[in-house]
Ligand binder design. Structure first.
Ligand code: ADP
Ligand code: MG
Length: 699
């Protein structure tokens, strides 16, 4: 497999320089290796042609199929972003509407009425009409050339427009595989044998050109195992090295800062879970090893307080601490919470973000260096090289899933002895997932909410109930409370979506003439965003219309109502995060999920999970089961040191556990992978990693 990494795809037969360039820019495929690792997501049997009549009544489960016939007409309907091309297609048994939203001009030029085509796609029923959106259309001659099961490859619209479709990829890959004698194994032979895995050569051949369903299943199993085994070996190696070698600061004292805070500032009794986690952290601080601990706790479980008290311990021992948040809004909010909580004891807390003024930056730099700054709170700005601490002993990272392992490593490098690291996440994740994503962290769980919290009352509502929903919101405002209205933006850069968001905002302003309405979205300048957020946080604005930029961490206890527009577009974990913004005070609070009527069974189930429970762990499990859109793994996978092309963190729990056990055995026998039998694997592992070598050494 190694030489394949040097084999430029422009030399692959059937690809050539122009297509090579497209594949690189659209899919990141540069070499033959990348090409062979671009796996099909489905397979079709090109020998079977369905009659259109037999497809009528097709449900959601209907797989992609092909039909053969002619286009009767083409019509362009709608305008602007709603513009679509509808081709009426018939095979004599019934008709089918082929719909394209993109590449209309190109398709119009290429396809003719009256000619015979084979149309391949996923049939759906829409308003009693059978439709296929963006089907693959080929002439019978070009389809006939290839036999047997074909891979359907993940592609982009741009590739399709340039005629670079699944068929082209499939035949190029087939030709290439035919020309190669053998693809060298990457996994250690011992693992292949103990796990009964298919060898790499057969796996690659069968994933692209499956000979039988059984062989395809074995190929998939092997390739999934391989990906997960890379991750497990990598994280285990790092974790073992850290535990064995990385010394950490010892912080034995509980001194004036902690004690004064505890006796003078703590506004409530800690929950049992908070106390337990504090004990776990304290034990780490005494152990002489660098702490790398994940604190997992549902939204509102009080993670910030735990983080603050842990930072105070560091300060008591003569160290500085920092807290890094994923967004400017969150960093600011942490800063405000923490500085007001500690105001009475005179702790020196400062905020550093991208928009901190030069003068303040200079002051922060000075105080960081002379050691008088105790706690620095900020965004990514904290990990810039020019930020130099006198003695950084403790670093907190809030909402970890937005940061990668790489950023954590950068923090570690900020001090000669790496600081203790506390990662806080509100995303409850099942154990097998935690093993992968946080494989090198110890885990603490805050599994108890502060007393007196009332569960957020959650309901599902439809468009025709909007007036009543808004009336409910008005009532809450009259009672002195505040209201969030969240609108999903699929793409924060899409001008049209932004426009409809702005219109939604205007409408709300019209409906609620007497109150101030704040408005935030991801495309705003940070200063404007902050201004708008502050309007809401200070209580001046009663309503906040926002995109999901408010998803994490915003804390406005007076807000009692959350209205989520197009709730059907959100995944469960995202809905849970959003809902966590209300129910933070003592008052009854509400979450209204607005949805369109026509939703799939799965979507309805998802929304019903939300209306039936507020328990984050139950929701996470349901999420894993349903694997709806926008689910946990998407955000998780982006933080991994390896790409997952075929394995799925949510559904491949069993393989994860097996890969973990196999990695343990391998490393028990050969901790640094230096034995000759493992050398090829060690090289493959290093090459597969996304990260570059220098920070892999830090941990
Ligand atoms: P999260 O875990 O979501 O980050 P926060 O730390 O923001 O939660 O805490 C949510 C709210 O609960 C805050 O207003 C905080 O002051 C409050 N809180 C935290 N711990 C307790 C406690 N033990 N008793 C009562 N309220 C608490
Ligand atoms: Mg928080």
């Amino acid at each position: 497999m190694l030489s394949l990494r040097n084999y430029d795809i422009k030399f692959v037969k059937g690809i050539g320089p122009q297509r090579a360039e497209l594949l690189t820019s659209e899919l990141g495929i540069r070499t033959a290796y990348d090409l062979l690792r671009h796996y099909p997501t489905a397979y079709i049997d090109r020998s079977k042609i369905h009659s259109i009549r037999s497809l009528h009544g097709a449900g959601e489960e209907m797989p992609s199929v092909q039909v053969r016939g002619r286009f009767v007409s083409f019509n362009t309907l709608g305008e602007g972003a709603r513009m679509r091309l509808v081709g009426l297609f018939t095979d004599g048994t019934a008709t089918l509407e082929c719909v394209w939203f993109k590449g209309i001009r190109f398709i119009r030029q290429r396809l003719r009425t009256g000619n015979e085509y084979i149309v391949f796609g996923k049939p759906t029923m829409f308003n009693h009409t059978l439709q296929m959106s963006h089907p693959d259309v080929d002439t019978p001659e070009s389809v006939g050339a290839a036999q047997g099961a074909h891979g359907v490859y993940p592609l982009t619209e741009r590739l399709r427009q340039r005629n670079l479709n699944s068929k082209v990829l499939h035949s190029a890959i087939r030709l290439f595989l035919d020309s190669r004698a053998h693809i060298a194994e990457t996994l250690p032979q011992s693992v292949i044998e103990s796990e009964g895995l298919m060898d790499l050569d057969s796996a690659i051949r069968n994933i692209h050109i499956p000979r039988t369903p059984e062989l395809l299943a074995k190929a998939r199993a092997r390739l999934k195992f391989e990906e997960l085994f890379y991750i497990q070996t990598d994280t285990l190696m790092r974790a073992r090295r850290r535990k064995g070698e990385t010394a950490g600061y010892i912080m034995p004292h509980i001194g004036r800062w902690f004690n004064d805070f505890y006796s003078q500032c703590l506004p409530f009794e800690l929950t049992g879970a908070q106390k337990r986690v504090m004990k776990e952290i304290r034990a780490d601080l005494l152990g002489g090893r660098q702490m790398n601990r994940l604190v997992q706790g549902d939204v509102g479980s009080g993670k910030t307080m735990v983080a603050l008290m842990a930072m105070l311990l560091a300060v008591d021992n003569g160290y500085q601490a920092c807290l890094m948040a994923p967004t400017e809004i969150l960093a600011t909010q942490h800063f405000e919470t923490i500085s007001s909580l500690t105001a009475r004891i005179g702790l020196n807390v400062r905020l550093l973000t991208g928009s901190t003024k030069a003068k303040d930056r200079r002051l922060i730099a000075e105080q960081l260096e002379d050691g008088s700054l105790h706690i620095l709170i900020g965004t990514h700005a904290l990990i810039e090289d020019k930020v130099v601490f006198h003695r950084l002993g403790f670093a907190v990272i809030d909402e970890q899933h937005r940061f990668g392992v790489a950023q954590r490593a950068k923090l570690w490098a900020k001090s000669e002895v790496p600081p203790h690291i506390l990662v806080m996440t509100a995303t409850p994740i099942p154990r097998t997932l935690a093993m992968t994503v946080y494989g090198d962290l110890d885990v603490s769980v805050i599994d108890e909410l502060p007393p007196g919290r009332k569960p957020v009352e959650t309901v599902l509502r439809y468009e025709e109930q909007r007036t009543a929903v808004l009336r409910g919101a008005a009532e809450q405002i009259r009672l002195g409370h505040q209201v969030y209205i969240v609108c999903p933006l699929i793409d924060e850069n899409d001008k049209l979506e932004l426009k409809s968001l702005a219109e939604g905002y205007e409408q709300i302003c019209q409906t609620f003439k007497d109150v101030r309405v704040a408005f935030v979205h991801g495309r705003m300048k940070p200063a404007e965003k902050d201004y708008q957020m502050n309007l809401f946080a200070s209580g001046e604005a009663k309503i906040l219309v926002a995109t999901t930029v408010i998803e994490v961490g915003v804390n406005v206890p007076n807000a009692t109502t959350m209205i989520i527009e197009n709730a059907e577009r959100f995944g469960l974990s995202q809905l849970h995060q959003l809902r966590g913004r209300v129910g933070r005070g003592a008052d009854r609070s509400f979450c209204v999920l607005m949805s369109k009527h026509q939703i799939s069974k799965d979507t309805r189930k998802r929304l019903e999970v939300m209306t039936s429970t507020t328990d984050g762990f139950i929701i996470a499990e349901a999420d894993m089961e349903m694997r709806g859109p926008g689910d946990i793994e998407g955000t998780m996978q982006s933080g991994l040191p390896f790409d997952l092309k075929i394995a799925n963190l949510a559904s491949d729990g069993l393989i994860i556990a097996r890969a973990r056990a196999a990695a343990e055995r391998l490393l028990d026998d050969d901790p640094d992978l230096t034995k000759p039998a493992n050398r090829q694997f060690a090289t493959a592992l290093a090459q597969a990693a996304k990260r570059n070598a220098d920070w892999s050494m830090i941990s």
